[in-house]
Design a protein around this ligand. Structure first.
Ligand code: SAM
Length: 176
């Protein structure tokens, strides 16, 4: 029995390793960002979220949501929040975090390729992706997100559009 468990664990580890290597070679890999800095800048009013002070509904999405930390942060701020993550391990971990904290009604993680998702329903998108991935998403986000929506990018920028403003490492774009 112990041997079977050990074998299953080893197989899972090998699969995880293969998946991570594949991710590193093909698209933005998982690298978690710190919530503290963004949270502080929002609290200080240096980054303004659309509608937050007018009690409008905020529908947040983390595009490439990793371990789900930003989705949980957004839920805890009272937003309706989704994350999109195609790595099955990260998807599972982050979705379980939401379930075990009893927050399933406020948000969830979708296991899919973010190029195949529809963005009509969101008014804030958070992204921490290489510029080449951002560029592939740019047309889709600007076409589908409602006017006035905010795109907050950590570190990287779209190649063709200048941000409305940048604070620290965050670049803020308004969908026009
Ligand atoms: C740099 S991490 C950012 C994680 C999280 N947003 C954060 O800031 O902590 C980028 C994430 O995007 C995911 N990702 C990359 N390409 C993707 C794609 N085409 N569809 C869905 N997720 C993708 C990766 O698996 C990784 O977890």
């Amino acid at each position: 029995m112990d041997l079977v468990v050990l074998l299953i664990c080893e197989c899972l580890l090998i699969l995880f390793g293969i998946y991570m290597i594949h991710s590193f070679l093909n698209q933005t890999p998982f690298y978690p960002s710190s919530i503290k800095e963004l949270d502080k800048l929002i609290k200080e009013g240096k980054i303004k979220l659309p509608g937050e002070n007018e009690n409008k509904d905020i529908r947040f999405i983390d595009i490439g949501s990793g371990d789900g930390r930003f989705v949980l942060w957004a839920i805890n701020r009272g937003f309706e929040a989704h994350g999109i993550e195609f790595n099955p391990f990260l998807f599972l971990i982050s979705q379980l975090k939401i379930i075990f904290r009893g927050l399933s009604k406020k948000g969830r993680i979708l296991r899919k390729n973010f190029h195949k998702h529809k963005y009509h329903n969101y008014n804030i998108a958070y992204i921490f992706l290489f510029s080449q991935d951002m560029d592939k998403l740019q047309g889709k986000l600007y076409k589908e997100m409602p006017k006035g929506s905010l795109i907050i990018s950590n570190t990287f920028k779209f190649s063709d559009i200048e941000p409305d403003y940048s604070v620290s490492k965050f670049h803020i774009y308004t969908v026009k």
